[in-house]
Design a protein around this ligand. Structure first.
Ligand code: NAD
Length: 476
């Protein structure tokens, strides 16, 4: 990458940091105003942004985009506006006896970190840029955003709109390919939030480590669905179909594979198929169903299916309108269910991130628990069933970023619940008060009383009887 691009990014960061430093302390109303401007931008240009997303994908329902990227993000901004006063309050902490009696005080202040970098992926390009931004602002920071190069029109439009509403010292969008993204991840930010794949997340953390930049990594993984014994198959099938078909499965939290009781396999597969049929009578000629974002991604997904077929999987294409996908260049792919999958299949090794759904079976639920525990800790985990003992067994014996019970994906839409992964599916989280704290520095402030505490406590040389007494007291 041209050195001057890196120099430009560095200059922008320095400009933001200088403005941040000069403006401190900023009243909370400045934060509120930034959030309100971000919300106004989304409200006024929501439809335009949805058109850009659809053009970038090939097709993506404007209704879906309004829900997932625009309205959901505006709602999250409103949630931040409502809570930021409470979140920002400093907390009184205890001091050890008898320091309190002597007038010592301890408090914890949540202070802004400074300039935060936001690196976003293509699958929800507006939500995953503006969502973190709302909390970055709530915590009093400035932001530089680098959206994905795969959604070029949307990224350009976001850059244009942000430049109109924000001084570049408050918030700026920078665009470019992987080289710009890499240079971005090398900047000495005060914090960096990355949303994307686990593989790129590793590179981002390595780059950030050079400057000891703290990171929030929102990554992916293979989120399993546990169908409990006696789960309501019809309900589960509908809900799994909704979560898997939305955005054509290109969701970090999409159910990656199903684990079903052996005796329910037929019924579960039929229920998912029925769910798809009910929501999508047709797929090719249906604006509600998204295209796969790029040729490369499309070929990768088709490769997962052919690899599974070659290795012995049964392949069920769910094609409700019996359309001819072969003759289309719309990059639309029907839901493809894989049965009899084995661990040597690529579909069971990498995050699917598209409309392919492997199904595994178990005799006892412990097998499914063991399988999940033997693999990377997933971002999401789903349990369907009404047996509370079984549910608790699944929840208490596994680890995942988050959980939805009796549905998939939905926990991310709870504004008050922190959202994040664990280990290979991510670190740190945002949403809820945890997001505000993630982008704040918790600064401890201790105030010493007038009296000479060091002398009183025996910490002051020359050491003697008071010291011995203090040590004895502490060792009790
Ligand atoms: P990606 O990792 O390819 O790209 C994400 C971002 O990283 C892009 O902006 C890209 O420009 C940038 N990037 C690319 N190479 C880079 C490098 N060497 N250094 C620094 N940055 C670089 O991910 P993607 O394909 O855009 O998105 C799909 C992945 O994101 C899936 O794995 C999905 O699970 C994950 N995801 C996670 C969440 C979450 O909240 N946990 C949400 C959405 C997507």
């Amino acid at each position: 990458m041209a050195d001057n691009r890196k120099a430009e990014l560095t200059a922008l960061l320095e400009k933001q940091r200088a403005a941040f430093t000069a403006a401190r302390p900023e009243p909370l109303d400045v934060r509120r105003d930034r959030i309100e401007r971000a919300m106004a931008l989304l409200k006024e240009h929501g439809e335009e942004l949805c058109r850009a997303m659809s053009a970038d994908f090939g097709n993506r329902s404007p209704h879906q985009s309004m829900i997932t990227d625009i309205a959901g993000t505006v709602g999250f901004g409103r949630y931040c506006l409502k809570h930021l006063g409470q979140w920002s309050k400093s907390e009184k902490r205890k001091v050890q006896f008898p320091l309190g009696l002597l007038g010592a005080k301890a408090e914890l202040r949540y202070e802004p970190k400074g300039v935060i970098g936001i690196l976003a992926p293509w699958n929800f390009p507006v939500n995953l840029s503006f969502g973190p931004l709302m909390q970055v602002f709530a915590a009093g920071n400035r932001a530089m955003i680098k959206p994905s190069e795969f959604t070029e029109r949307t990224s350009e439009l976001m850059a244009e709109l942000v430049a109109k509403r924000f001084d570049e010292a408050e918030c700026a969008v920078v665009n470019g390919g992987p080289e710009v993204a890499h240079a971005f991840s090398e900047l000495p930010f005060d914090h960096l939030v990355f949303t994307g794949s686990t593989a790129t997340g590793r590179k981002v953390m390595e780059a950030a480590a050079k400057n000891l930049v703290p990171v929030t990594l929102e990554l992916g993984g293979k989120s399993p669905v546990f169908l409990g014994k006696n789960a309501d198959l019809k309900k589960a099938g509908e809900r799994i179909a909704l979560g898997k078909m939305m955005n054509a499965g290109q969701i970090c939290l999409a159910p990656d594979y199903l684990y079903v009781p052996e005796e329910d396999e037929e019924g579960a597969v039929a229920a998912v198929q029925l769910g798809v049929h009910e929501m999508y009578p047709k797929l090719l000629d249906n604006e509600d169903y998204a295209s796969v974002v790029s040729d490369r991604h499309f070929d990768r997904l088709k490769g997962l299916v052919s690899d599974a077929r070659e290795k012995g999987a049964e392949v069920i294409e769910v094609n409700p309108g019996e359309e001819d996908f072969g003759s289309s260049n719309a990059r639309k792919m029907p839901l493809t269910i894989l049965r009899n999958v084995t661990d040597d299949m690529a579909a069971m090794q990498e995050e699917i991130f598209g409309p392919v759904l492997p199904v595994k079976t178990y005799k006892a639920i412990d097998e499914a628990i063991e399988y999940v525990n033997a693999h990377d800790r997933p971002l999401g985990l789903y349990y369907f069933g009404e047996d509370s003992g079984e549910r608790e067994k699944v929840l208490t014996k596994t680890i995942s970023g988050g959980v939805t019970v009796n549905d998939v994906v939905f926990h991310v839409s709870m504004e008050d619940l922190p959202f994040g992964g664990v280990g290979p599916s991510g670190m740190g989280s945002y949403h809820g008060i945890e997001g505000f704290r993630e982008f704040s520095h918790a600064r401890s402030v201790y105030t010493q009383p007038k009296i000479d505490i060091a002398k009183l406590g025996g910490f002051k040389p020359p050491y003697g009887a008071a010291t011995a007494k203090a040590i004895k007291g502490m060792m009790k």
